[in-house]
Write a protein that binds this ligand. Sequence first.
Ligand code: H2U
Ligand code: ZN
Length: 368
Amino acid sequence: MDKKLSLEDKVISEPNSGNDLFKHPHRRFNPLIREWLIVSPQRLKRPWQGEVEKRVEEEKPTYDPACYLCPGNERAGGKQNPAYDSIFIFDNDYPALLPDTPPAKFEEQNLLLAVSEYGIARVICFSPRHDLTLALMETADLTRVVHAWTEQSRQLGDLPNVGYVQIFENRGAAMGASNNHPHCQIWGQETIPNEPTKELLAQADYLSTHGNCLLCDYTSLEMRDGSRIVCQNSEWLVVVPFWAIWPFETLIISKSHLGSLSDLNSNQQETLADILKRLTTRYDNLFEVSFPYSMGFHQTPTTGELYPAQHLHAHFYPPLLRSATVRKFMVGYEMLGNAQRDITAESSAERLRALSEIHYHRAEPFPT
Ligand code: H2U
Ligand code: ZN
């Protein structure tokens, strides 16, 4: 090759067309954050000699006397949990952000910049049962979790100093979760964090250029195409996004143009619970292990401004790659260049789609 080809010089290909773009190294664009990633499907043939973690799945008790989050137990900070029987919400004993932060700012030569940040951090325990996960909870109980998310989003978002509410769950030691008890965190903070900021700008630009919502258009496209769909119900679509970075990354998108969890009606709350259970069950069934992930919702900021382009969605970022013991690391090229994946989004979606929605723990044993 004696000159660099421009994007215009490259042959336009249809997905699965004769020129096999998706079988060779290629770049894909993430329109939500306007960043590229590299897809290298040919690398799946390489041998693996890296770390192999032992898969140890010990039976968990329904109540753990040593757990900081189980009902009736004393927490690390010395407070005692009530004997709760459903959802339990408390202010984080070790919050990253504090409500009594004095406002202050520091700047030097446009090179050093620091600004105080106000915030409130809470923990939401999903269930009194230590041994459960979203996948193992009943849909009715999951609906109560969704209801707590909507109520907390509304409550924190209504506070005068809160401009953004971030809900997230770290599940499993592989993702740094400090506790096995089913729980998530919710932070209400003054400013909009980096990831939603990138998405909000991209969605606003898309709306002003195309006159439509980015994720409404993307939802229609994926529903027409079908190759990246994992599962869906009347209100929610789950896809491995075209631009997924993590091997089995998924995006849950509301089929209606809603901005926030606090906009959900009761049917949308119930159907969100249904789709969460179905997706997390598929994840667990993939390698027959309690699947680790970080997940969270991106919703409308509560700064008081209008964000008509913002479309409610949840990201699931699971690290497992080819088994219960081999995970993807975001290191090397990814720290210094950009994200890269081997398995294509379409093949990940195909594998997730083929899995049962009956959890392997709950499945009937095979007849012998
Ligand atoms: P993670 O599993 O995502 O780390 O969330 C657990 C949170 O629970 C963590 O932020 C808090 C930690 O500060 N926590 C308490 O507030 N009290 C405790 O007794 C234990 C953990
Ligand atoms: Zn517990």
